[in-house]
Design a protein around this ligand. Structure first.
Ligand SMILES: NC(=O)C1=CN([C@@H]2O[C@H](COP(=O)(O)OP(=O)(O)OC[C@H]3O[C@@H](n4cnc5c(N)ncnc54)[C@H](O)[C@@H]3O)[C@@H](O)[C@H]2O)C=CC1
Ligand SMILES: [Mg+2]
Length: 340
């Protein structure tokens, strides 16, 4: 089990290899901004800002009718805030996200205290709930918006120290908060989640929670318990949710996922014996779980928009930038290779 995990880990592409030169300098620049408040304040003056309103990102419609998150120039945001009656200090609450390939620092800012419609009119966009945004944005932009929302949410829910009850204060980048009384330093939190596509060699296993949109199925997922390894969490979740014993595991890739809060999704493939495929679904966790054939999955991958109300139910899968979709696509490729 572990050897297959190691071999896949070594074959997984490092994000830096997909980028051209400048990755190291950009990475070090972002790290410096996290540590140096003065540099970060200067970067904010020339940076790009992604606006949110009560954690919903601002999206603009492109000429092609698609959507993109609005990356506003810092000075424009400042002017808009002043026109809408904010005293200008709001801009300093921006939180550093990253640095673009054009070497511009990227920040996010929640303007929830301002009138939503007034900001939308000024910015020629709309604040769209993050779940809906995820189906409207391309693969490259959704993670940026998810990261911004996760950081803003963490700040909004971490204003007080959980040990002393005293206020916490953030650094300029927003990469940490410090208790004003004890000096305890807090960093943004994530919950590790294992997501696994189980196969019996011919079919793959997908489940749906009652909260999923109608007709949508995905790979099995579950939060890791304290003290568990990834492999232990995976075997436990599969046993708990569908009553199967996993035979082997291989690692695929990972992803930050903003729902329900900040999850760190660790994606794996797993196999069960073709003679041990009888499901015993825990209906307190899953509304349904079923084995799907390669044909069924291949046609579901072609469904790009969810069925409308009143239309017959049809199998559809998580959006392309969700790791669940990636695992399913990888399985389809492998099945086709093994059958050819
Ligand atoms: N990116 C993707 O493709 C997919 C992502 N997911 C995500 O995986 C996550 C976990 O899947 P579930 O089946 O819901 O998990 P799960 O099977 O562990 O069940 C959820 C329950 O676990 C408990 N729990 C334990 N630790 C928790 C924590 N740190 N935060 C919240 N609840 C905790 C709660 O009682 C909760 O009701 C979901 O939030 C979902 O958004 C799920 C499928 C696809
Ligand atoms: Mg689950």
């Amino acid at each position: 089990m572990l050897s297959s995990l190691r071999s896949l880990l070594s074959a997984t592409k490092c994000p830096a290899t997909r980028r051209c030169s400048g990755f190291v300098s950009r990475t070090r620049y972002v790290n410096r901004l996290k540590e140096d408040d003065v540099s970060c304040a200067a970067a904010l003056q020339n940076g790009r800002i992604f606006l949110f309103h009560r954690l919903s990102p601002l999206l603009q419609r492109t000429e092609r009718g698609t959507f993109r998150p609005a990356a506003l120039i810092s000075s424009d945001v400042q002017a808009i805030l002043e026109r809408l009656g904010s005293d200008g200090s709001l801009l300093r609450e921006s939180v550093l996200i990253n640095c673009s390939e054009q070497n511009q620092a990227q920040f996010c800012l929640d303007v929830g205290e301002l009138d939503q419609e007034a900001v939308e009119e000024e910015c020629e966009g709309n604040f769209v709930d993050l779940r809906k945004s995820f189906f409207l944005l391309s693969g490259a932009e959704a993670p940026l918006v998810a990261q911004g929302q996760a950081l803003l949410r963490w700040h909004q829910t971490s204003r007080f120290c959980s040990a002393t009850g005293q206020p916490t204060h953030r650094n300029q980048a927003g990469s940490q908060r410090v208790c004003s009384s004890s000096g305890t330093v807090y960093y943004p939190k994530m919950s590790p989640v294992v997501i696994v596509l189980v196969s019996d060699g011919k079919r793959c296993l997908l489940g749906r929670q009652s909260s999923f949109p109608r007709g949508m199925y995905s790979a099995l997922a579950g939060f890791c318990d304290m003290g568990e390894s990834l492999e232990e969490a995976l075997c436990r979740e599969v046993a708990e949710e569908v009553g199967l014993e996993v035979q082997s595991i291989s690692y695929s890739s990972s992803q930050h996922w903003p729902f329900p809060h900040s999850s760190f999704m660790l994606g794996c493939h797993a196999s069960v014996s073709p003679t041990d495929t009888q499901l015993d679904v825990d209906h307190t966790e899953l509304e349904d779980a079923r084995w799907f054939s390669l044909e069924e999955i291949s046609s579901a991958l072609q469904v790009k928009t969810p069925p409308r109300r009143g239309e017959p139910p049809v199998l559809w899968l998580p959006p392309e930038h969700a790791i669940g979709n990636r695992l399913i696509t990888e399985w389809v490729v492998r099945q086709r290779e093994s059958e050819s």
